[in-house]
Design a protein around this ligand. Structure first.
Ligand SMILES: *Cc1c(COP(=O)(O)O)cnc(C)c1O
Length: 232
């Protein structure tokens, strides 16, 4: 099978999983964005996914992403694509990241908010990355601190708070984690009406996330295959 057919088959399968998961809980699948996580895969794969109708792509390392976004632009100059940064981010990379990212999904500290606002100089969409278990090793803002960080983002003219993102912690069932996230964003929305994105669910747990209200699933492996390179 050539790569295009392989990606088309994977995409059909992922879309069917999303459809079934939505059906199971009475949700409309139009509410769930499919974000293709293309880290470690070449720009040629992004071009094929774009040909197949995907428009949202995510990367987790600044250097890899900057080159890939430029290469994709050269391959498909007329395609529309929105790029997300989903990886942990050093403040000194803020300027470089806003050069290619339309949205930063991994905002987890006031210092990073300052750096992004300074670097952006325009309306940049952001998500607060939430740590459900508060483990500092894995990044994310601990759940109880989310309202304060949201307030801090909201005070920056250059940033637009679009919602929250999480990765299910290892020692907890995904449903338990995604439920906690849904509770947090419901409260957040009262103060921040633009914050309606819940980015939760990956290749292995997207059904659980959709059952818990996710509006964006971030899928790498199930679309592109297993990654040969470790991507921290
Ligand atoms: C790699 C990655 C994904 C995709 O994971 P898969 O299990 O390959 O679908 C999702 N979210 C983040 C933050 C990632 O780094």
């Amino acid at each position: 099978m050539n790569r295009r057919d392989e990606l088309a088959a994977n995409l059909a399968e992922v879309r069917q999983r999303i459809e079934r998961a939505c059906d199971a809980v009475g949700r409309d699948s139009a509410e769930v964005t499919l974000l293709a996580v293309t880290k470690t895969f070449p720009a040629a794969d992004v071009a094929l996914l774009s040909d197949l109708g995907l428009t949202e792509f995510a990367e987790n390392r600044d250097q890899e992403a900057g080159a890939k976004v430029a290469e994709f632009g050269a391959l498909r100059p007329d395609a529309s694509a929105r790029w997300h940064m989903v990886g942990s981010l050093q403040r000194n990379k803020a300027r470089s990241v806003v050069g290619w990212a339309d949205q930063v999904d991994s905002v987890d500290s006031e210092r990073l908010v300052d750096a992004l606002a300074r670097a952006a100089g325009r309306a940049l969409d952001v998500l607060i990355q939430v740590s459900i278990d508060g483990d500092p090793q894995r990044g994310g803002c601990p759940l109880p601190d989310v309202p304060r960080l949201a307030e801090y983002v909201a005070r920056k003219d250059e940033l637009v708070l679009r919602g929250v993102m999480t990765v299910a912690p290892l020692g907890m069932s995904p449903v338990q984690a995604f439920d906690a996230l849904q509770g947090a964003v419901t409260r957040l929305r009262d103060d921040h009406p633009t914050a309606n994105v819940i980015s939760a669910g990956m290749s292995g747990d997207l059904e659980d996330a959709i059952a818990c209200g996710s509006t964006c699933v971030r899928v790498g492996t199930a679309l592109l295959g297993s990654r040969r390179l470790a991507s921290p």
